[in-house]
Ligand binder design. Structure first.
Ligand code: COA
Length: 148
């Protein structure tokens, strides 16, 4: 099948959600509803990507920024397609978009128990910040299963 990488659109949402729901290391919450992702893509146009093998969705990543720092969320590659450079390729495409906007730094959120994820990011030169931890407050009441 022919592999393609394209900017994510809301037409991809159902496939992308199914991939994320079935991927360890990806946590979902109220920020991942159809409405929330539509708002995210609108605010960060052309910066998030999906990969397909023919019609089959095989990988996805969300990318955005706050005008200063970039953020990547929910990078996921189907197990059968891993260790083939696809995760790196999607990250590369996101970082190119951020650089074009003169964003100088990019952050990701990684669960402490995601050893494979840590090896992936480490191999790409991403550095842990042991001097920082995530501090967060919920602004609406909800009980996410697992999220960051
Ligand atoms: C992390 C993930 C996106 C990597 O995708 P991928 O397409 O396999 O990554 P790449 O093929 O580009 O890997 C690049 C390098 O990262 C390192 N790497 C990736 N996965 C690794 C693993 N499981 N163990 C050790 N090193 C790994 C290797 O150095 C690899 O290069 P190599 O294959 O030539 O040795 C994929 O494993 C995944 O979807 N994991 C579950 C979701 C997740 O944890 N996402 C990150 C959330 S922060």
């Amino acid at each position: 099948m022919r592999r393609t990488i394209k900017p994510m659109s809301m037409n991809d949402y159902d496939d992308v959600l199914a991939l994320w729901q079935n991927t360890d290391g990806v946590g979902l919450n109220e920020s991942d509803t159809r409405g929330a992702i539509a708002a995210y893509l609108k605010r960060n146009p052309g910066m998030s990507f999906v990969a397909r093998d023919g019609k089959r969705l095989i990988a996805a990543v969300l990318c955005g920024h706050d005008g200063c720092r970039g953020y990547l969320h929910h990078l996921a590659v189907l197990p059968a397609y891993r260790r083939n450079g696809l995760g790196s390729k999607l990250v590369e495409k996101c970082l190119a978009k951020l650089k074009r906007l003169r964003i100088v730094k990019c952050n990701i959120f990684l669960y402490n128990d995601n050893a494979d994820g840590e090896r992936f990011w480490g191999s790409g030169g991403w550095k842990k910040r042991p001097d920082l931890c995530l501090v967060q407050k919920n602004l609406i009441s909800s009980r996410p299963k697992r999220c960051c």
